[in-house]
Design a protein around this ligand. Structure first.
Ligand code: MG
Ligand code: ZN
Length: 273
């Protein structure tokens, strides 16, 4: 194995929308959501919104149907399947919730490509209402990070992954403000893939001294797939050239993965150390 762990944020990194907003907007609850947002944490509000929708007669099945329509680009599906076939260990690290993520990944046949989903827990209660809880229970203690929302500091998960013997190199893809903190925990030799012109990219560009990883921005879904697979191929090539064999699934067709010429890649954001 090449020991590559690819960590994906979910909203606006795997799907091309924010799943919370997508559900709220498509079920006609945008005004109430905007009215309540200044009064409580986002994660707490989502649980409250599920209560509101339930009281209006909207079922979990209705919510699932809306989630299945969330935009997910075919190139992202290709990138996930190709990285998995090349032996990468794929994980989700998201401030959405388990029900939303599982519903979408299962709908697209992608759930089995991920070894781990780290996100806010959720379950359907006996009345059929979807309940959403914080990943980090901030009612009993704080995770202590000032950068992150009270319910989740993604760095906690990144630090755990870094301690596993398997995870020799990490590739982290994200777009949001909450993806900056974990990006600062990546090591020299890891890769950060921020979505260009999104909050994490702005934060990385304005705080280059806090980033040790190599940074490769992406703008389009096509670019996301191309850059991710190029990085994976590069790491595997480097491992092979020092005599470490990589693992490739037997059902994988090599011609599926474009080997990208380096000059086709957008330049990495320059990060002086
Ligand atoms: Mg996101
Ligand atoms: Zn944090």
């Amino acid at each position: 194995m090449a020991g590559i762990v690819v960590v994906f944020d979910f909203d606006k990194t795997i799907i091309d929308c924010d799943s919370d907003n997508w559900v709220v907007d498509n079920l006609g609850a945008t005004d109430l959501f905007n009215e309540l947002l200044p009064t409580m944490p986002w994660n707490t509000l989502m649980d409250k919104m599920m209560k509101e929708l339930h009281s209006q007669g909207i079922t979990v099945e209705d919510i699932a149907e809306v989630l299945k329509r969330a935009p997910l680009h075919p190139k992202t599906i290709f990138a996930i399947k190709s990285a998995h076939a090349l032996g990468c260990d794929l994980r989700i690290l998201s401030d959405a919730n388990l029900f939303f993520i599982e519903t979408i990944l299962k709908h697209h046949g992608l759930i089995d490509y991920f070894s781990e989903i780290n996100t806010n827990p959720s379950y359907v209660d006996e009345e059929g209402r979807l309940r959403i809880f914080p990943y980090h229970d901030f009612s009993t203690s704080s995770h202590g990070c000032q950068l992150c929302p009270p319910n989740m500091c993604k760095s906690v998960v990144i630090e755990r992954i870094k301690t596993s013997a398997f995870a020799k190199q990490l590739i982290y893809l994200g777009d949001g403000k909450g993806d900056f903190c974990p990006s600062t925990k990546l090591r020299d030799g890891d890769y950060a893939m921020p979505r260009k012109n999104y909050p994490v990219w702005d934060l990385i560009c304005s705080n280059p001294s806090l980033i040790k990883a190599k940074v490769h921005e992406w703008s389009s879904w096509d670019e996301q797939a191309r850059i991710l697979l190029h990085i994976v191929n590069t790491i595997i090539f480097e491992h092979n050239s020092i005599g470490v064999s990589s693992h490739i699934s037997s059902d994988f067709k090599f011609q599926d993965v474009p080997i990208v010429a380096h000059e086709l890649l957008p330049k990495a954001v320059s990060v002086p150390h």
